[in-house]
Design a protein around this ligand. Structure first.
Ligand SMILES: [Zn+2]
Length: 483
């Protein structure tokens, strides 16, 4: 079967492709373009503090890359990436957290008028350079300090660019499965801008099965004239660091501020209590939170262990274990949390408003991430859809699945030259065998390539040939409206 190359609607390889330019984990799946800059996180634009301040404080991105950020703008970043050479294409979005860091608005307070003006100026600059959209991460720091009005104001400053849209990792969390969608819709309506709702899921076990009520909100908004769609990945665990167990007020400001609060003997008991109680009134399932990455040599043996196991080993309470880990690992401990129900995942994957986005990174097993334990979605998302959701226990037809992985994302991105197999379009192509295609990446052993995808072409150049990476680097940084 020959299909358009897969367009991964949700990725975070903005800086990791400097480390792993072959993008192996995605290339082997047939991904030819990754949409980056999601969840408020982009490696540009730098403000007065320069790239170093941006790198330090867009921490979620910087912790997963090993390259020093030396660029200031989208153009500079794209130039650096292309001159180092990449195997797959990237389609950059602009992250609101970068705007916050660049303008100094990283505290839990309303932004000032000057800060907003500066953010709007930088947003327009990035859009002029071809950013596809603006993204937020409203349950993360610092993005979550923004009010609905702030986000509306930012979106209004970019809504006139052709094809521009608003991508949101919403203000999700326990008890917020409906309100997070309502806010995204309100922002889209008030700012008159299309909306892409990121990684749709139910992460609150009290409301498993309520997917139809959520999607109904989208359907109604569409009937009212809002162009809103969503992306989803086919797994029952989220990629999440244990810092997501920490209330946002503790994370205000810089990483140093955050660690300072955790270490403050006055504050620590209160923080520990809030972590133990759980956010949104739902006690954490400690055994569901797994550590995937560790910086320090001393803690390396915790990779693959869950918080419950780590607490037991240290003979402390799980909430205290979380605080200790964050202290020792400079405030970020990426990993995964098993917090979803397969029936919900299948419902969200199957709905017509869904496109597929992995939320994973393009990494190589022999690269700097090889010793960590990434989410299997890095290696398995697309073959998993084709093998398990189309062939083995179907929720999708093959044609519909391909559309959700190529044509539909291309439509959202206003890419006129990709997303279809058609004469005159760019030859981003994948060849797979529908009888054998399958993901092999598991929770315990995620660095596994799929089967059944022998050929992948990017911009007409084979990057996978007879099931092997060719080492070719035909990838480009794409721009909005370029074709
Ligand atoms: Zn996200």
């Amino acid at each position: 079967m020959i299909a358009p190359g897969f367009i991964d609607m949700h990725s975070h390889s903005d800086v990791t492709l400097f480390d792993d330019p072959g993008g192996e984990s995605k290339a082997y799946q047939g991904v030819t373009t990754e949409v980056t800059g999601n969840c408020s996180l982009s490696p540009f634009p730098a403000g007065k503090g320069g790239p170093k301040a941006l790198q330090e404080n867009v921490a979620l991105l910087s912790v997963i890359g090993h390259t020093d950020w030396t660029w200031n703008t989208l153009d500079d970043w794209a130039g650096a990436l292309e001159s180092s050479g990449i195997s797959i294409n990237l389609a950059p979005q602009l992250g609101q957290a970068a705007l916050q860091v660049a303008s100094g608005a990283i505290d839990d307070r309303p932004v000032t008028r000057d800060e907003m003006r500066e953010m709007q100026r930088l947003a327009a600059e990035a859009m002029e350079m071809g950013a596809f959209s603006l993204s937020t991460g409203l349950s993360l720091a610092p993005s979550g300090y923004a009010t609905t009005d702030d986000v509306v104001a930012l979106c209004k400053s970019i809504n006139h660019y052709e094809g521009a849209f608003y991508a949101t990792h919403a203000r999700m969390g326990n008890g917020k499965h409906l309100s997070s969608i309502e806010e995204a819709i309100e922002i889209g309506q008030r700012a008159e801008i299309p909306v892409q709702f990121s990684h749709m899921a139910i992460i609150d076990r009290r409301v498993f099965g309520e997917g139809p009520a959520m999607i109904d909100l989208l359907v109604k908004a569409r009937e009212g004239g809002l162009d809103i769609t969503y992306d989803v990945y086919p797994y029952t665990a989220a990629g999440a660091g244990v810092e997501q167990l920490i209330p946002l007020w503790v994370q205000e400001g810089t990483i140093a501020d955050f660690l300072g609060r955790i270490r403050d003997p006055q504050l620590r008991p209160r923080i520990r209590e809030e972590v133990a109680a759980g956010l949104g009134g739902l006690e954490p399932l400690w055994e569901a939170w797994y550590v995937g990455y560790i910086h320090t040599e001393a803690n390396r043996h915790f990779i693959g262990k869950n918080v419950e196991e780590i607490a037991r080993e240290r003979e402390i309470e799980p909430a205290e274990a979380v605080l200790q880990l964050l202290e020792e690992e400079d405030g970020l401990v990426p990993g995964r949390v098993h917090n979803r129900f397969e029936g919900d995942v299948r419902y969200f994957v199957g709905h017509d408003l869904a496109m597929i986005g992995s939320d994973g990174l393009a990494v190589a097993p022999n690269g700097p991430f090889g010793s960590s334990l990434p989410h299997p979605r890095f290696y398995g998302t697309y073959p998993r859809i084709l093998g398990r959701y189309v062939r083995d226990e179907p929720v999708l037809t093959l044609e519909n699945a391909i559309h959700k992985m190529s044509g539909f994302p291309a439509q959202r991105m206003s890419m006129k030259d990709r997303g279809l197999v058609k004469k005159g379009l760019v030859a981003d192509l994948v060849v797979f065998d529908p009888e054998t295609v399958i993901d092999n990446a598991t929770w315990e052993d995620p660095h596994q390539y799929p089967d059944g995808i022998p050929f992948v072409l990017v911009n007409g150049v084979p990057i996978i040939d007879k099931g092997k990476h060719t080492g070719a680097r035909p990838g480009k940084v794409l721009r909005r409206g370029a074709a």
